[in-house]
Design a protein around this ligand. Sequence first.
Ligand code: MLT
Length: 317
Amino acid sequence: MRVLLADAFPEPHLADLVERGHDCRYEPDTTTGQLADRLSGREVLIVRSTRVPAEVFDNADALRLVIRAGSGTNTIDCAAAARRGVRVCNVPGRNAIAVAELALALLLALDRTICDNVADLRAGRWDKKRYSRARGIFGRRVGVIGLGRIGMAFAERVAALGTTVYAVAKPGRDPHTLERARAIGIRFVDDLPELARTCDVLSLHLPATDATRHLVDRDLLAHVQPGTIILNTARGDLIDEDALIEAMETKDVRAGLDVFADEPATGTGTIDSRLVKHPNVYGTHHIGASTEQAQHAVAAEVVRMVDAFASGEVLHC
Ligand code: MLT
């Protein structure tokens, strides 16, 4: 296969692709604007952060497969791909533990105001009294919104800290999920407003779709308790950011956010949002999946998929 790798890809797996006979063009800093040119004659595109809008498909005559080296495909215009007969595949699950670990890290950091602590010390200030008011995690009620691979990995880890995990009951959940939920001791409530009223931590683990856009909006935030911590390591679009800022002002809601509505389209750039600068927000650079372990696991699966596609196998994605 002639492959364009438009984002960083771990070296041993790139070498593996080449060894397997694939003709790889490795351009890890490709912008959306450069895609059309670099895709010329290429059958497979591998992307992580670079957005792939409809016009890319209009001009990529050889393209047959796009693999998103991550779970979500919201950065790719899948409808345009389908119109041009291009398969779009994702690699779900391989980075679930990494994302769950980041959500946990944000929770612990917010509870202990770790980032402010570190910033003060770096500035030469010692203020033990200011940082002696953490509430603690043990015994808290954590609402997990989305019990897929990542949500479940988070639920397991946060439950191990002595929290009680809650989720919204949903008809038709598969038996495996229900069994894992039982093992973790997840308690089910009827709907999101009840989850918001019950819990003092809410963690989002859903894909970005029309149905999940602004799931956390003014209406839902009206139900949260003062001081609630909201974690979003999924997609920025899940939260109405203006409504969240309001809730931070009126209810002292705090937020650990790895994702934002307006992220730079290629993984580097600038971000100018009131949210990232707000003192109640600990923000990170959409790095949930950015561990060596996760990136190796994703890349190994990408190599397998390219090989499978090359040998005519139907990809189940
Ligand atoms: C995902 O969709 O799994 C993540 O967004 C991966 C990434 O950081 O690119």
